[in-house]
Design a protein. Structure first.
Length: 269
């Protein structure tokens, strides 16, 4: 187990580095989008009228950069999924020390070590990860679209002029580039890591999994304002294909309510 703990520390360091790197790349992405939106604003803004077509043209960079953002997230999530998968394999192997790892159909399965191994033998896993990444992209960029649209409509309604509208849009992108970029990076890295571990448990025939909280004051449930409580979930055990009491299949599972997975740091063992 000492070797496992050392390996986990190394993996956690890698995850922290990837999270920070993703945060930086998201910051750069939204800086680029901000510049392009403001260029379109200068081209198509008219104090006298604001038509739907004008809004669409001003927002065109948000739509045109959709695929770029999606691929950015997927590149990171694929790496992190692999880390999580291998962690799950090592943990399960340690628990079953001296025993052959077998799947539910009793056939010995391969212990995956690389991204090529995992995604080469489990094509459906890559598609599921792509689908989940697409949903994450839609969730973020639809919010950007909506918030910039509201700023455009507010600016026209109040008659503040293009300079103030541009300032308001820049302020919104500053939020996306700073604290929101940090939150997005943390959430996406954690979700992909949890997906990888959960997938390894399924592949190795693990029958039950346990929810483990981060065991600190930041765990949701410590504050009265928290809409979720992960303190009481600590130690909860479920069958591998079932859901926990909060409706999630694993920590970070986005099929559940947003307050259950956003910025979550819990894990599954």
């Amino acid at each position: 187990m000492k070797k496992i703990r050392l390996a986990n520390k190394i993996s956690q360091k890698r995850l922290a580095n990837l999270e920070n790197s993703l945060r930086i790349d998201i910051n750069k992405f939204f800086l680029d989008m901000n510049i392009k939106v403001l260029q379109e604003l200068k081209e198509y803004w008219n104090d006298a009228q604001l038509l739907r077509g004008q809004v669409n043209l001003i927002l065109s960079p948000v739509h045109e950069m959709h695929e770029q953002y999606n691929e950015l997230l997927f590149t990171y999530r694929q790496k992190v999924f692999t880390i999580g998968y291998n962690q799950g394999v090592k943990l399960t192997k340690a628990r079953q020390s001296g025993m052959a790892l077998k799947s539910e159909d009793k056939k010995t399965i391969k212990i995956h070590n690389t991204k090529e191994d995992i995604f080469g033998t489990l094509s459906d896993v890559e598609q599921r990860l792509r689908d989940d990444t697409f949903v994450a992209t839609e969730h973020t960029l639809s919010r950007v679209d909506q918030s910039i649209t509201e700023l455009l409509e507010q600016g026209y309604r109040e008659g503040v002029g293009i300079d103030q509208v541009a300032k308001n849009i820049k302020n919104r992108f500053d939020q996306l580039r700073t604290w929101e970029a940090k939150r997005i990076a943390r959430t996406e890295i954690h979700t992909a890591h949890s997906m990888g571990r959960n997938q390894s448990y399924q592949d190795l025939g693990v029958q039950y999994t346990e929810w483990i909280s981060a065991h600190d004051k930041r765990v949701r449930g410590n504050r009265k304002s928290d809409r979720a409580n992960h303190i009481i979930m600590d130690g909860e055990i479920k069958p591998i294909n079932a859901t926990y009491s909060n409706g999630l299949k694993y920590p970070g599972d986005k099929s559940g309510k947003i307050e259950e997975w956003i910025s979550c740091r819990c894990k599954e063992a």
